[in-house]
Design a protein around this ligand. Structure first.
Ligand SMILES: Nc1ncnc2c1ncn2[C@@H]1O[C@H](COP(=O)(O)OP(=O)(O)OP(=O)(O)O)[C@@H](O)[C@H]1O
Length: 675
């Protein structure tokens, strides 16, 4: 093994490996996936036009978020109050893009908005007519008319000037280094912050919708395209806006549901950065936590966004305070925004309701509405009984059945004639594509061949045509916990002591304790761990900025799983490589993955055979629906309970080899020191 080669790819500086530098993630110049140069010029003009503060002679614009002093020193301004009657709606005091400009921007960024039906009668009509094949095309034609062209966000500065975002929130965004909105942010933010302005009145009237009371929203956008900010910014702004307009009391306003605790932790951290000095509190749901009933805890006026669980903040004086203390001892979550997994909140809820929640966000919504989480997600949804509840659902993949389920659920919640529109945004041409990265399919004759190929990637000794050149850190996905553990044991002693030894590799799966999982994620983020072996537990939503590559040691069990796994690299416009090993056992199931690769390359405008040669794509067999389902549930059958096939040597042999290696290294060191 070429130790020097390994060391030169080193990670975090440590006492033992001071000489090795962690290879930084490539700088992201532009977080957008789709933009053409012609349009960029156009957008620069837009930025010049909208990215400035309003001129004085334009008159003051209403500012709900201005500090008390500045509000007092200004002449009284009538805020843009959302009035009851649509006729009385005041005109916005800023100019918006005209229809042609909007269409041009949306098209060139490949953003498509559709108004979906969530009205019982309409849905019934569509279902009925879908049965009659002849009428399907009519329905499609009718649907095509429901394309929307809402105002896009041309720059983050425009959030403040045009969309009246809280200045503190805007400051926090800016201090985090966000400059240019990504496509999904460009499309969603105006619509989620001020739908009544983002959808032109004429278009709303033509489509028969009234966005004044908000919209339900479904967004499908590539992995790593910034969906988290697209839902967090409006959620935080809603809290600030309510505090400025209605009441300062802290109530649980938004619930964000995500499939794993790692993702909950990540979103909570992101939320806390954005809410710094705003007084908005983002809390991650933990075991044993309770949510206070409305009015149980009064707002203490502190900025608690940095406290761990909300139970340890100072309280106000008097009897309320005593009562609060008592309640807080039971670790109540005194939160504005709660981030949770379905199980944690579901366990707390039982038959309770969440009457104050106005916004339910399902991040990775498709998986939350699939069999595994469906009951708990619907339980949470039903507990959100506030008539103003708005659903926001985000993912990189979204099957048609999930959209059906959402619109069906919404139609059962409609009350009277007042129907809240359901808008879908799709970024890119197809959701089953990851255009931002290089995809490689690598054939291995045997399971041992996979191990050999992985070792070649981890420790390149000679250039090999069969495996791509990948730099560390990498994520390695296996099919089961047993296989992740076995692969980790196999590779544990591969890194020499000078490079940090076995501490450079770890395995993360659901059998570990919460604290062990958090610790591994932390060490992987910091660059201490160079190769993380895991299961599908880490495939969704996790944002490890430095990850330069993903290896599918075991083939993913669906096209969606492929999209999410490989999407852990090449994020925010960065580059990455995804390498998928396959053996003869995988060939019958490879078609859907090969299709994703081919689709991704098409979207990225790549020509040639690239990751999947045409002959392979054409020759792969199609898989039946039944087999697809079975594969998703159980994985490749021959790999189940067969973790031992991963190893080539016994643990005893590996340990012996490692000891010998370490002894040689230390004697070399001693010799060098003596010389
Ligand atoms: N406007 C922006 N400019 C630069 N970087 C951004 C921008 N928006 C988000 N990012 C960064 O992009 C990365 C990916 O964002 P995020 O995790 O929200 O992606 P995602 O779309 O939710 O991905 P996934 O589908 O995998 O969950 C993060 O590191 C985030 O900080």
């Amino acid at each position: 093994m070429d130790v020097l080669k390994i060391l030169s790819r080193g990670a975090k500086k440590s006492a033992s490996s001071r000489a090795f530098e962690f290879k930084p993630a490539p700088k992201v110049q532009n977080p957008q996936l789709y933009h053409d140069k012609g349009l960029k010029r156009k957008r620069d003009e837009e930025e010049a036009r909208f990215g400035r503060a309003p001129d004085e002679d334009e008159g003051p614009s209403p500012d709900f978020f201005a500090s008390r002093e500045s509000k007092e020193s200004r002449p009284a301004v009538q805020p843009t109050v959302i009035t009851e009657s649509p006729k009385e709606k005041p005109k916005p005091e800023y100019s918006l893009l005209d229809d042609d400009e909007v269409r041009q921007i949306l098209r060139s960024h490949r953003l498509k908005f559709t108004l979906l039906s969530n009205h019982e009668d309409q849905r019934a009509k569509i279902t009925k007519s879908k049965k009659k094949k002849k009428e399907v095309s009519k329905v499609k034609a009718k649907d095509a008319k429901k394309v929307l062209f809402p105002q896009p966000l041309v720059s983050f500065t425009q959030l403040r000037t045009t969309w009246k975002l809280s200045p503190r929130l805007e400051e926090n965004l800016s201090s985090q280094g966000y400059r240019i909105p990504t496509e999904v942010q460009l499309g969603s933010l105006p619509l989620l912050i001020r739908p009544e302005e983002a959808i032109p009145a004429a278009a709303a009237a033509e489509l028969g919708v009234e966005p004044r009371d908000g919209i339900h929203f479904l967004a499908v956008a590539p992995t790593g395209s910034g969906k988290t900010l697209a839902f967090l910014i409006p959620a935080i702004n809603d809290v600030l806006r309510r505090r400025a307009e209605v009441t300062k009391d802290r109530v649980l306003e938004t619930v964000v549901v995500v499939p794993t605790r790692e993702l909950a932790e990540q979103i909570t951290n992101e939320g806390r950065k954005l809410t710094k000095n705003t007084g908005v509190k983002v809390v991650m749901m933990k075991r044993g936590m309770e949510i206070p009933a409305e009015g149980q805890i009064k707002d203490d006026g502190n900025d608690e966004s940095s406290s761990e669980n909300g139970a340890d903040s100072d309280s106000s004086s008097g009897s309320d305070a005593d009562q609060n203390d008592e309640i807080k001892q039971k670790t109540l979550t005194n939160a504005d925004i709660l981030i949770t997994t379905p199980l944690l909140l579901g366990n707390f809820l039982k038959s309770r309701t969440l009457p104050t929640v106005r916004s339910l966000i399902l991040d990775e919504g498709d998986v939350l509405l699939e069999e595994r989480f469906l009951d708990q997600t619907l339980q949470i949804w039903s507990a959100c009984v506030n008539p103003s509840l708005r659903l926001r659902c985000f993912s990189a993949t979204m099957g048609a059945h999930i959209e059906e389920l959402i619109s069906g659920q919404l139609s059962t919640r409609n009350s009277g004639d007042h129907i809240i529109p359901l808008v879908r945004l799709v970024v890119g041409l197809k959701d089953t594509a990851v255009p931002s990265i290089d995809h490689k399919l690598v054939y291995c004759a045997t399971e041992q061949g996979k191990l050999f190929a992985l070792r070649q990637i981890l420790h390149p000794q000679s250039s090999s045509a069969s495996v791509p050149d990948m730099s560390l850190p990498i994520l390695v996905f296996t099919q089961t916990i047993e296989r992740a553990t076995a692969l980790h044991s196999e590779l544990k002693f591969d890194f020499p002591a000078e490079a940090g030894g076995s501490s450079r590799i770890a395995a993360l799966h659901s059998s570990l304790s919460d604290s062990a999982r958090s610790d591994i994620v932390r060490r992987f983020r910091s660059g201490e761990i160079w190769a993380l072996v895991t299961t599908d537990i880490l495939m969704r939503g996790l944002d490890f900025r430095g990850v330069s590559g993903v290896i599918n040691y075991d083939v993913p069990t669906s096209a969606a799983a492929y999209v999410h796994r490989v999407g852990r690299t090449g994020r925010a416009g960065g580059q990455g490589i995804a390498c998928t090993f396959y053996t003869n056992d995988d060939v019958p199931y490879l078609k859907s993955i090969a299709n994703v690769i081919s689709q991704s390359e098409k979207q990225a405008g790549k020509t040639g055979d690239g990751g999947v040669p045409k002959w392979l794509l054409d020759s792969l067999p199609k898989i039946s629906k039944e087999d697809k389902k079975k594969l998703k549930q159980r994985g490749i059958e021959s790999r189940r309970g067969n973790a031992n096939r991963i190893t080539t040597k016994s643990a005893w042999e590996r340990r012996k080899e490692n000891n010998r290696r370490e002894a040689i290294a230390s004697s070399k060191k001693k010799k060098a020191a003596r010389a």
